[in-house]
Ligand binder design. Structure first.
Ligand code: ZN
Length: 260
């Protein structure tokens, strides 16, 4: 195993999600590689630190009181107000405003590649993790009318599920997944012996108008694009030309199924 592979499998290794062979390969690599061993130790330490109960704070009673709707008939005099509340609230509002202003700016000023590559890393990692036994699918079905409703209530959006069996890319199922910390729908398609993962989630306005982009990483091709307010990422080790055809069919299919 080389360091690049170890890095991709790192999270699955720490979460004990690898199969026996890969877990043994990781353990052996980590034994011999100081850099990867350090990385594993850092992640384990971080996980341990984040799990400390002292990190979790109960909201103070005063905050709860501020957020509790007051009944109309309660005279204002009965509600104790800390003297510094207006300043505190102004500061909080200023802080929230700064966050709102800073977030799009932050993304806008990120070099496109840097922001995109983190997503590519995450998508390839997730795809690899999904290929582990028992991890590929939560719902196993070749029928889009079974797969699509399965997501109901599990996500706050309804993913588009397109039937591409006729184009040589049969649907095999779907699962819930996470990319960069957000919940996404993952659809699993097949091309002969290759698996194609398609991730979908609603785009924010800052994401709008992203053209289709293609990246390669560790033998995987990653295509990402936005259609009708939805972010899509397709990952596979299938021939890049085949993946491009798949995406073209998927976009055409999703376009027609979305006709209003
Ligand atoms: Zn290494």
């Amino acid at each position: 195993m080389i360091c690049a592979d170890a890095r991709l499998l790192l999270h699955a290794y720490i979460d004990d999600e690898l199969d026996v062979a890969q877990s043994a390969a990781m353990a052996s690599h980590v034994r011999d590689c100081t850099a990867c061993a350090t990385r594993v130790r850092e992640h384990e330490r971080l996980r341990h630190v984040l799990a400390q109960p002292e990190l979790y704070r109960h909201a103070p009673a005063a905050l709860r009181e501020h957020w509790t709707p007051r009944h109309e008939s309660v005279p204002p005099a009965t509600i104790p107000r800390p003297r510094r509340a207006p300043i505190a609230w102004a500061a909080a509002a200023g802080f929230a405003g700064a966050l709102l202003l800073a977030t799009p700016l932050y993304y806008a000023t990120q070099p496109l590649n840097a922001a995109g590559d983190a997503l590519v890393d995450d998508a390839v990692s997730s795809h690899l993790r999904a290929l582990q036994p028992q991890h590929l699918m939560d719902v196993v079905s070749t029928d889009q009318h079974t797969v699509k409703p399965w997501f109901d209530g599990k996500l706050d959006f309804s993913p588009r599920v397109v039937d591409l069996a006729g184009a040589g890319f049969p649907l095999v199922g779907g699962r819930l997944d996470a990319l960069e910390g957000r919940s996404v729908a993952a659809l699993v398609y097949r091309r002969q012996r290759h698996i194609i993962s398609v991730y979908e989630w609603p785009a924010t306005t800052a994401d709008a108008n992203a053209a289709q982009r293609e990246s390669r990483q560790h033998g995987y091709t990653v295509l990402r694009w936005i259609d009708d307010g939805m972010h899509y990422v397709a990952v596979s080790d299938v021939d890049p030309a085949a993946l491009r055809t798949f995406v073209q069919d998927l976009r055409r299919g999703s376009g027609s199924s979305d006709a209003r």
